[in-house]
Design a protein around this ligand. Structure first.
Ligand code: IPD
Length: 273
């Protein structure tokens, strides 16, 4: 079936409406108490009733507005749409990024929703559901927060850079990530680990951390935040020219990207389990 290519702006408008409603549900369910906590990949990788409820709500809202689109969500996987050819849209959703923060009541958890057209992310929104802070971007249209256009950090010295990162749930992977961190920490100002990758990428887009890297992120963790960071002028990529993905995501202003990339390559940041 042939479809008309939707504009990034119209996809963003829908994403924003749906993500705001979703953030409201996450916040409300948090005040009612976290329930139905189950584990996924490891005993520390949790999913709550809210993760599932928010994902179902977002998928239903997207289905109603754009029934032919596909959706990739963290909790339920892929719901395939009816349009696969040119102009096809796939939504990429993390209903609650920062689920462990959500569990502990730490105000750093987000709804992350991106729209891909023909395999390219063109619109993204990240909302910190605890605070209501919103970051948006469209490809070529810049990254924004509260009407303010974002540009990343102007820091040029890796030794002065505050660097965000995160850890996976698998113990073997976490050990490797800790070794990488141990090799990096003496060469940067300091490290931050906030616990929600989508928000980390938005903080890098704002220059509230100078750069960010993490191994093991799935598309739902970095699709929206990665576009926000890119549109704020950051380089978002993996090692040695690879695109940002499961092996590694580095997001840094151009002046910091190379020195950070070099350090991370030496430390085999994309390697290990
Ligand atoms: C996790 C968070 C965390 C990151 C992990 C992600 P989740 O996502 O973004 O900061 O370090 O790699 O899996 O499980 O809270 O949706």
């Amino acid at each position: 079936m042939v479809s008309t290519r939707p504009s990034a702006d119209e996809l963003l408008e829908l994403a924003l409406r749906v993500a705001r409603e979703a953030a409201g549900t996450a916040r409300r369910m948090r005040t009612e108490g976290v329930s139905a906590v189950a584990t996924k990949s490891t005993v520390t990788d949790v999913v709550t009733a809210a993760d599932r409820a928010v994902e179902r709500q977002v998928v239903a809202a997207l289905r109603e507005a754009r029934p032919a689109d596909s959706v990739l969500g963290e909790e339920y996987g892929t719901a395939v749409g009816t349009v696969a050819g040119p102009g096809s849209v796939r939504w990429i959703l993390d209903p609650i990024d920062g689920t462990v923060n959500y569990l502990y009541g730490l105000p750093q958890y987000a709804v992350s929703l991106a729209a891909e057209v023909d395999g390219e992310v063109v619109a993204g929104v990240v909302i910190n559901a605890a605070t209501g802070d919103e970051w948006t971007a469209t490809r070529g249209g810049g990254a924004w927060r509260d009407g303010r256009r974002l540009a990343g950090s102007t820091e040029t010295d890796l030794g002065q850079a505050l660097v965000g990162t995160g850890f996976g749930y698998d113990p073997a992977r976490r050990s490797h990530q800790a070794n990488v961190l141990a090799g990096l920490i003496a060469h940067v100002r300091d490290i931050r680990r906030f616990g929600a990758a989508a928000l980390d990428l938005c903080l890098a887009a704002e220059g509230r951390v100078d750069a960010y890297y993490e191994k093991g992120l799935n598309a739902w963790d970095h699709a929206a935040g990665g576009l926000v960071a890119t549109e704020a002028g950051l380089r978002v990529a993996g090692l040695d020219g690879a695109p940002a993905g499961l092996d590694l995501v580095i997001a840094a202003p151009p002046a910091l990207f190379e020195p950070l990339h070099e350090r991370l390559a030496k430390l085999d940041a994309a390697g290990g389990p």
